[in-house]
Write a protein that binds this ligand. Structure first.
Ligand SMILES: [Zn+2]
Length: 83
């Protein structure tokens, strides 16, 4: 459950530890540290780190949608190849 909460905080760009401070100081720019609990964000501040974070979230959403489609619509095999 802790992991799920961290993912939700990431989706709302919140501090992964306290869930209050903003994770990003700007679009795709990770802040130096959480203003609320002081958690250092330098672990995510390496080069394209934030971009990778966003790509992971997008991938998570895409996989979720694919799984939902599989269950809800049971699409034919040719649709999988297109997607
Ligand atoms: Zn914090």
């Amino acid at each position: 459950m802790r992991h799920r909460a961290a993912v939700r905080r990431g989706l709302f760009c919140r501090c992964p530890r306290c869930g209050e401070g903003k994770l990003f100081s700007g679009f795709l720019t990770v802040g130096k540290r959480c203003y609320n609990c002081g958690l250092d964000y330098s672990f995510a501040d390496a080069g394209d780190g934030p971009a990778v974070f966003v790509i992971l979230i997008i991938g998570f959403v895409v996989v979720g949608l694919a799984l939902w489609m599989e269950v809800a619509l049971n699409p034919p095999l040719w649709l999988h190849f297109i997607l």
